[in-house]
Design a protein around this ligand. Structure first.
Ligand SMILES: Nc1ncnc2c1ncn2[C@@H]1O[C@H](COP(=O)(O)OP(=O)(O)OP(=O)(O)O)[C@@H](O)[C@H]1O
Length: 266
């Protein structure tokens, strides 16, 4: 099958500010203050057309950062992301403008994806019906609950019929009815052979949807392979991680983060 997404040696560097003054000074002289910190380190993998890839990892391991980089919402610090023969990548719950209304966001997002005004007018009712947020569609997104944002993001994403879909925790917010509707849509996409990246903390959902999984551990790929190989290992780790005291979890995180600060060679 054709390669769909090729990620090569991707690093994402952020500044970690430990003092409020550092943050302020860094705004004046960007990059000059604070400690370098790697949210992603040397990420390389290939996904083929039709792959449904689960992204797993504990909080702060880099799942959203990687999703946003694949989606082109944020650039990598170094490294490349190539998408082969595809037209659009959508990441749910990213890219909504808080100042604009839901309806304006639909128009803006579709325009940015290259749709013509007439095409957008034709898609708009379907998006609004799927989102099902009533009169809120004409309210600024800043007034939305996280569930409403997710509904609108999901509705836009699936209606524009992308070749690559990135679903970041969309099923964890919102009610049962919407979650079921979203699930059905994702299965429909899967059946059509689209490439899907699915971020979730629910191993049940990962096992239900995905064939392959990427386990991120504080910015690095710990394991990438078939779900029946990766997820049991990750669950074993999670059990151990959850049984740690807060102090032990902190030490574990610090150990990995020391590596993130120190070992990157870019
Ligand atoms: N804009 C930013 N500036 C600085 N640090 C950031 C930024 N965005 C993310 N980070 C840091 O990068 C790391 C990875 O964050 P990310 O949101 O990708 O993790 P995640 O695996 O999606 O976490 P969660 O499961 O909690 O959603 C975290 O330590 C986070 O604090």
């Amino acid at each position: 099958m054709t390669e769909s997404v090729i990620v090569k040696n991707v690093y994402k560097k952020y500044k970690m500010h430990t003092k409020p003054t550092e943050k302020l000074l860094d705004l004046i002289l960007p990059g000059g203050y604070g400690e370098d910190f790697y949210a992603l380190q040397d990420i390389s993998f290939t996904a083929k057309q039709g792959d449904v890839v689960g992204l797993v990892g504990v909080n702060g391991s880099g799942k959203s950062t990687l999703s946003n980089i694949i989606a082109g919402v944020i650039p990598p610090t170094t490294g490349t992301v190539e998408t082969v023969g595809q037209t659009s990548i959508i990441a749910i719950s990213s890219g909504l403008n808080n100042q604009l209304t839901g309806r304006e966001n639909i128009e803006l997002k579709c325009l940015m994806l290259g749709f013509k005004k007439k095409e957008i007018q034709a898609m708009e009712p379907e998006i609004i019906e799927f989102a099902d947020i009533g009169k809120f569609i004409d309210q600024p997104v800043k007034k939305y609950s996280s569930g409403m944002k997710s509904r609108l993001g999901f509705a836009i994403s699936v209606t524009v019929n992308p070749d690559i879909l990135i679903v970041d925790e969309a099923l964890s917010v919102g009610d049962q009815v919407f979650a079921q509707k979203s699930k059905n849509k994702m299965f429909e996409f899967k059946e059509k052979g689209k490439t899907i990246f699915f971020v979730s903390h629910s191993m049940g959902q990962i096992k239900e949807f995905c064939e392959t999984a990427i386990w991120l551990e504080y910015g690095e790929i710990k394991q990438y392979g078939p779900v029946p190989e990766v997820i049991p290992q990750y669950e074993k780790f999670l059990k151990k991680y959850k049984s740690m005291s807060n102090e032990e979890q902190k030490k574990f995180r610090e150990k990995v983060m020391q590596k993130q600060r120190g070992l990157a060679t870019i």
